[in-house]
Design a protein around this ligand. Sequence first.
Ligand SMILES: [Zn+2]
Ligand SMILES: [Zn+2]
Length: 213
Amino acid sequence: MATIAWHGMQVGLLTKHEKEAIIAPIMAEVGIELIHTDAFDTDTLGSFDGRIERTLTALEAGKEKARLAAELTGCEIGLGSEGTFSAGPLGLGHALYEIVVAYAPAQQWLAVGRAWQMLEPQPDLRAHKCAPRRPIIAAATRDLLVRLQRPCPRCGTPDFSFDEAIAGLPCEICLWPSQQAKAYRARCQSCQYEESKACEGNAEARFCERCNP
Ligand SMILES: [Zn+2]
Ligand SMILES: [Zn+2]
């Protein structure tokens, strides 16, 4: 598979909550045309108001929406957007976590854009009824767009991202390997090709088990 030429590419999106108004202009920046469909009621996969219980994780639901979007629009790639309202970092307050998933059923690759923000409980969290969700969905879409434009150097599959932290940056005093990252690794989900980028410098002694147990 060669690197995907995004300009002129058509990508499907399944939503009946008007998310196309948020996602389409961002995709258009690199020439991707969004083909919108509402031919499937995504609320049957679980809804924010709890009317329909969610049995899938957010990632599974996003991937399933993306798969359906590709199928319903006839596009090679589908997008699915999914939000989760839950406790914030360290269990404090409330936060809204948004993902926008791109999935190519034939080539079997998946890329996930993510964003989150602290948010007070809202009376209706459906995207078209909840203005505070829109910038978070937009941020997740931008994250996805960056990932789509990182092809594997060997086979071209998108989202060759240096996401995986490898612990062991040496302590600045005793050089013992700390929990801080000494490198970040990218691995292709299709051909398994991988590369690492080493981190510069040393870990502060307060992160060292020996100097600051
Ligand atoms: Zn590859
Ligand atoms: Zn140390």
